[in-house]
Design a protein around this ligand. Structure first.
Ligand code: HEC
Ligand SMILES: [Cu+2]
Length: 348
């Protein structure tokens, strides 16, 4: 870029920069928008979107009003030869009342509906709601369904038309639950339970993620919400509530996998059973519950499709797939990995 003697770049390259920036920005309009708050699918998300639009239109009114006055003043009082400077206004009571009242009114128009929505959500009747405990971990999600005795990870299953009450907390640092198309954004803190209540209105798959910087793999802390029709939800619950298949029915490779899972390793903190739970086998709580890990859509905080290759890669070296992962590299042999993959994938 050339600079003239005032240090200002010549306008040609600037024009190119502006054009390129605008073009790049416009590619953002392409879609699809899986995490757009503008396509709400619950009454709560609908209310939030309504508030956003309300505030947006008030912003438009203020912007247009201010710009019109500014342009008018610039034109009306521009410097002209032979015209004396206009006299400044001072101590004009009516004007001062007007420009104090107008913004105050706008704040009231925004505050009243906002508080109404806050109270509506905080005071929602949850006697009939599906209760789900949501625990944020570095860097994955735990979803517990006390009503059904089910615990899962990174896949949140909801029921169309049934209110859900999420009880949000954290096992370590502060996280934030964010499922844009269904329900706001709410902090998750150790030792505190925050609530979020909404009623999903559409069947489908919705993306969510952590919205509070929580360390190395914060960006890899994602989840999926599946909203089911009642019959599908019931069959999902039934599947999850089924205990693991009896050992005798496992194939030889799966049996070896189970042995590798049970093995006490050195150091002992490297044993799978120290960190993971499988009904009838272990009770670890540091890592995700693995009861039905084979039936989940993803692994490792929603970042890996749940395939045999990804699972093998994960067991080989978790940190290679997810920076900072709190699951250590165990140093498994390839035989152990193959057996573990077969066993874990059999947990449907
Ligand atoms: C020191 C604790 C610890 C040990 C030991 C451990 N894990 Fe993990 N494991 C974790 C944590 C924590 C995660 C979640 C990591 C993440 O998503 O960021 C995890 C994730 C997983 C997952 C992905 C689950 C999901 O739904 O995303 C599988 C499968 C798994 N571990 C299997 C094993 C096996 C098999 C062993 C033994 C060879 C083992 N783990 C040993 C802590 C551990
Ligand atoms: Cu987080």
């Amino acid at each position: 870029m050339k600079f003239d003697r005032h240090g200002v770049g010549s306008t040609k390259p600037l024009g190119v920069v502006v054009l390129v920036t605008v073009l790049v920005a416009l590619t953002g309009c392409q879609g699809p928008f899986p995490q757009s708050t503008f396509s709400p699918t619950s009454e709560f998300a609908d209310d939030l979107n309504g508030l956003f639009m309300l505030i947006f239109w008030w912003g438009v009114v203020v912007f247009v009003g201010v710009e019109v006055v500014v342009l008018y003043v610039l034109y009306r009082f521009r410097a002209r030869p032979d015209v004396p400077d206009p006299t400044p206004v001072h101590g004009h009571t009516a004007l001062e009342i007007a420009w104090t009242l107008a913004p105050a009114m706008i704040i009231v128009f925004i505050a009243v509906p906002t508080i109404q929505v806050l109270w509506k959500d905080a005071g929602a009747d949850t006697s009939d709601a599906l209760q789900i405990q949501v625990v944020g971990h570095q860097w994955w999600w735990e979803f517990r369904y006390p009503e059904y005795g089910i615990t899962t990870a990174n896949d949140l299953h909801l029921l169309q038309g049934r209110p859900v009450e999420l009880q949000l907390t954290s096992a370590d640092v502060i996280h934030s639950f964010w499922l844009p198309r269904l329900g706001g954004k709410r902090d998750m803190m150790l030792g505190r339970t925050n609530r979020l209540v909404f009623t999903p209105d559409s069947v489908g798959e919705f993306l969510g993620q952590c919205a509070e910087f929580c360390g190395t793999s914060h960006a890899n802390m994602r989840f999926r919400a599946f909203v089911h029709a009642p019959a599908d939800f019931a069959s999902w619950v039934e599947g999850q509530a089924t205990p693991p298949a009896p050992e005798a029915t496992l194939s030889e490779l799966e049996q070896q996998g189970l042995e590798a899972f049970r093995a006490v390793r050195t150091p002992a903190s490297n044993s799978c059973i120290a960190c993971h739970a499988i009904r009838g086998i272990s009770f670890g709580v540091l890592g995700p519950d693995l009861n039905h890990v084979g039936s989940r859509s993803t692994l490792a905080g929603g970042i890996l499709d749940n395939t045999a290759e990804n699972l093998a890669g994960w067991l080989r070296d978790p940190a290679a797939m997810k920076p900072g992962s709190l699951m250590p590299a165990i140093g498994l042999s390839e035989e152990e990995i193959a057996a573990l993959v077969a066993y874990l994938r059999s947990l449907q």
